[in-house]
Design a protein around this ligand. Structure first.
Ligand SMILES: N[C@@H](CCC(=O)N[C@@H](CS)C(=O)NCC(=O)O)C(=O)O
Length: 217
């Protein structure tokens, strides 16, 4: 059955891979599932046809036969459950990998998004200068907790899993800020994720959409 996902017709990040279709592409690449992409404009995302798929008028969505999903956590989990490669067979290890997916989305991503939003969209507000350091501190707190738990292992819990895919995807948003580099084990972890062939294919695919050109080098 054909898998179709949606992505921005033109991503606000110009193809840096931060739009959330990248994590879905990455999951599909990891498990070797081909997929098609329907590009949507900001206007189309808010129209009834798209809202029927995504009640909040966002990307990405996922369609496969009769099934339509939204929310990257649910989509990546679905892909990982249906295909080998992203969740361990051992029941406890599987439960732990799923725990890390939730941790990435519920505990690590929120302060990173608050910080990114404040920097990108609220920088001109009078209160921004006062608020930004608080948000940076919250991100630092989370990263130092993750860094301490992570130690110098390659992945969060043994082999690479959907938990790592989600955690790396969430941390990538910090790459340009410099905060990630304050935690060398986390910076190395993100680099390991980016070095995976499946990530590279996913990144290249979204870059080609956004720039008309595949990555060089
Ligand atoms: N929690 C959702 C967030 C989805 C989301 O924020 N999508 C962004 C693109 S990365 C979007 O569509 N933004 C446009 C908008 O909200 O109008 C998920 O993980 O899928």
């Amino acid at each position: 059955m054909t898998i179709t996902i949606t992505a921005f017709e033109r991503s606000p990040d110009g193809g840096k891979g931060l739009a959330r279709d990248t994590r879905v592409r990455w999951a599909l690449e990891e498990v070797g599932q081909p997929y098609e992409v329907r590009l949507v404009s900001f206007r189309a995302m808010k129209e009834p046809a798209h809202r029927a798929l995504h009640p909040f008028g966002q990307i990405p969505t996922y369609e496969e036969g009769d099934l339509a999903l939204f929310e990257t956590g649910a989509i990546v989990f679905h892909v990982a459950e249906r295909h080998a490669g992203l969740l361990p067979d051992d029941a406890n290890a599987r439960a732990r990998a799923i725990t890390w997916m939730f941790a990435a989305l519920n505990t690590v991503e929120p302060p990173i998004l608050e910080f990114a939003t404040a920097k990108l969209l609220e920088g001109d507000k009078t209160w921004s200068e006062e608020r930004l350091p608080l948000l940076v501190d919250r991100v630092r707190d989370r990263l130092s907790q993750l860094s301490a738990r992570f130690s110098d292992a390659d992945w969060l819990d043994g082999k690479f899993s959907a938990g790592d895919l989600m955690m790396v995807s969430v941390l990538l948003r910090l790459k340009l800020s410099g905060i990630l580099n304050e935690f060398p084990n986390l910076a190395a972890y993100v680099a390991r994720g980016e070095a995976r062939p499946a990530y590279k294919r996913a990144f290249a695919a979204q870059l080609t959409v956004n720039t008309g050109k595949p990555p060089t080098g």
